[in-house]
Design a protein. Structure first.
Ligand code: 3PG
Length: 209
């Protein structure tokens, strides 16, 4: 499970979650991420353009593209065929986890309870998504869960925003924070990405400070 991607995500601290509804935004999206040295993108299966977006972003080779909201084995397979290099799920999906382990693909299953985390660790998984982080107790819950699960690290998502992300980033039990607040299609569309670029720059600057 010691895949290079885990280390790289931990170094970047941000995992942008992106739902594609307009493929014409992809070039600008990529440009903004690269400029700010965020080399990851999680493209969610929440629109029918997900596979096209993954494929296009992966083909350009500038970003490490992952698939998010992966709820079925078919989605995991399609994602990998279209260039996804890691898989994020909102829950524990055994078929998806087994497929990823078999093919040495980093997988971040969604967890929210001790039972979920226990199930993930039984597959040998050491980094879990914690979702929806704000509703399931945020950092307080992560700190409590890290007692028994001292060897597990968390990728919290859900309700994380520009105001609270640094509290998560600074916590030792966290590899990175994920979410739609990092970059959004609507921000890219608004002013050719100027606001999206500024927002991302300010997040990255805070992490580096
Ligand atoms: C996820 O799937 O990780 C969440 O929907 C992200 O939540 P957010 O949109 O509040 O960042």
């Amino acid at each position: 499970m010691e895949h290079e991607i885990y280390r790289q995500i931990e170094e970047t601290k941000l995992l942008p979650l992106y739902t594609a509804t307009d493929l014409s935004c992809l070039d600008r999206l990529e440009e903004i991420l690269v400029k700010n040295e965020v080399r990851f993108i999680e493209v969610t299966f929440r629109s029918n353009l997900a596979l096209d977006a993954m494929k296009k972003l992966a083909q350009s080779g500038e970003l490490i593209v992952g698939a998010g909201t992966v709820r079925t084995l078919k989605e995991a397979k399609d994602a990998v065929e279209n260039g996804a290099k890691f898989i994020v799920s909102p829950a524990i999906v055994p078929d998806v986890i087994e497929f990823c382990i078999k093919h040495d693909i980093p997988v971040f299953p969604g967890t929210a309870t001790p039972g979920d985390i226990q199930r993930a660790t039984e597959y040998g998984i050491k980094v879990v998504k914690f979702f929806p982080a704000d509703i399931y107790g945020g950092l307080k819950a992560i700190n409590a869960l890290s007692g028994p699960f001292y060897d597990v690290k968390f990728l919290p998502t859900g309700g994380i925003n520009e105001e609270n992300f640094m509290e998560y980033v600074e916590n030792d039990h966290i590899v990175a924070v994920g979410g739609s607040f990092i970059i959004s299609e609507s921000a890219i569309q608004k002013d050719d990405g100027e606001t999206a670029d500024k927002t991302l720059k300010s997040l990255v600057d805070k992490i580096r400070a």
